[in-house]
Design a protein around this ligand. Structure first.
Ligand code: ATP
Ligand code: MG
Length: 437
């Protein structure tokens, strides 16, 4: 097959309309299904855009074409040249009467997983064969939507006047303390895989003002849950001259923009997944108010952390809403979050969590930009300021107050689409047990 010619002349299945009826076209894709009724043979051909029926009639088809239609295995790759014919019975109200069929790649049988729309293959097996799972239209739909999501995030941020940044993923020491790190060998030294770009995006915001990135992070936590991965991507944002309320507003609008774009661009994929989305609203409450709500609902919350159960409850009480829980107790926040006093003198912070559809999608807040306060906060958290010298020093020469947040890309995809496992929302998951494919 001349692939250059194919690229020039090929038509995507979803673009076939009335105007093509009676015309000769070239289509290419995978054999989704085939049926042999003796005198008539059908193939359902699938490309990235959709499916169409290819109909061979014994009395009028070329013999070699008709014979070939019987031998094609499912998921084999073919190029079909033929006439488009109006047909009320066919799914797209039209079918293709083939003049020639060329086999580009035969799929061996049996195929190790069921890739039909009705597949009951369980997730772990599907992930073992992710390359094949990606033949499924539902899987494709998820990742087409995730592509829109990333694109929309970029678009939104650029409209906000933010600069896209690229940060290092190999670091010399822990940037946050707390989270466990994966070790890496860096020539004769020990290095780590980054668990966040926190410190870098702060340094950048202190000169470039508004910065964003889509950044891969690694966390060596041994949990095995439906909402954690050991490698994930984060939509990060940081802004100078801003407190936590400024950036919560940005986050709320970012999520609204993203969902709206998905609704506009991915109608077909949402239909395929059986989903109707709503652009979320926003709601603000203090941590203390959230605790009150949970008391009424008889749901346990920690003294400085919401439980998973509490997050779930917030999702039930405020569906399709980004709930910002702010004025978070200081003890429950990392050292780099700015402290503040509550009305009764409580030790609060400028940190917040954003909860959406019953799960945390983001943590953020105003940062400590004052070197002396940073040293004090590090000590209180049991960390050694010496280990953070470069970070602290970066704030000595004109660093404005600044705030920011990070949203898990896979977590957000999972919640927008109501998926029941975060692994559905990552092409090639890395978790406690999985390092391949
Ligand atoms: P959680 O409480 O849900 O474990 P976290 O508070 O440890 O999350 P942060 O450090 O606040 O996570 O990270 C910011 C965001 O990144 C989270 O709100 C979440 O959307 C996402 N995220 C965090 N950890 C993971 C993970 N292990 N796998 C996938 N996404 C994650
Ligand atoms: Mg968090």
């Amino acid at each position: 097959m001349d692939l250059e010619k194919l690229n020039k002349e090929r038509i995507y299945i979803s673009s076939l309309t009335e105007k093509d009826d009676g015309k000769k076209v070239l289509v290419a894709g995978w054999v989704y299904d085939s049926r042999d009724l003796g005198k008539v043979r059908f193939i359902v051909l699938r490309d990235i855009s959709g499916e169409i029926q290819v109909t061979g009639i014994k009395s009028s088809a070329k013999e070699d074409v008709f014979n070939m239609m019987k031998s094609l295995t499912r998921e084999s790759v073919i190029v079909v040249s033929g006439m488009v014919k109006k047909s009320d019975k066919a799914p797209r109200k039209r079918e293709i009467i083939p003049e020639s069929i060329e086999l580009l790649a035969e799929a061996e049988q049996p195929i190790p997983i069921d890739v039909s729309d009705f597949s009951k293959t369980e997730l772990p097996k599907r992930l073992d064969y992710r390359f094949l799972d990606l033949h499924r239209r539902k899987t494709q739909a998820i990742f087409k939507i995730q592509s829109t999501l990333m694109q929309a995030y970029r678009e939104f941020m650029i409209k906000e006047g933010a600069v896209e940044a690229a940060f290092p993923s190999i670091i010399s020491s822990s940037s946050e303390g707390g989270t466990e790190l994966f070790e890496a060998k860096y020539f004769e030294r020990k290095a780590y895989l980054s668990q966040s770009c926190q410190l870098y995006k702060q340094m950048l915001a202190c000169s470039m003002e508004k910065v964003f990135t889509i950044f891969t992070v690694w966390r060596a936590e041994k949990h095995n849950t439906i909402r954690h991965l050991n490698e994930s991507r984060q939509l990060d944002y940081e802004q100078a001259f801003a407190n936590e309320f400024v950036v919560m507003d940005v986050l709320g609008r970012a999520v609204q923009y993203i969902v709206k774009k998905v609704m506009e661009i991915n109608k077909a994929e949402l239909d395929m997944l059986g989903l109707k989305l709503k652009v979320p609203g926003t709601k603000y409450m203090t941590f203390a108010e959230a605790v009150e709500v949970m008391k009424k609902e008889k749901i346990h919350v920690g003294k400085d952390d919401l439980s998973g159960e509490a997050e779930k409850k917030l999702g039930e009480l405020y569906p399709d809403t980004v709930v910002f829980v702010h004025d978070w107790p200081l003890s429950g926040r990392p050292f780099y979050i700015m402290p503040k006093k509550g009305k009764k003198g409580e030790e609060l912070s400028c940190g917040f969590d954003a909860i959406y559809q019953g799960m945390e999608i983001s943590s953020g807040g105003q940062r400590v930009h004052l070197p002396e306060l940073l040293i004090e906060r590090l000590k209180i958290k049991g960390l050694n300021p010496k280990d953070f010298k470069a970070y602290i020093d970066s704030f000595r020469y004109g660093s404005p107050p600044h705030s920011g947040w990070g949203v898990g890309l896979e977590r957000l995809t999972m919640l927008i689409l109501g998926l029941d496992n975060i692994r559905e929302a990552v092409l090639f998951p890395r978790d406690r047990d999985r390092l391949t494919p």
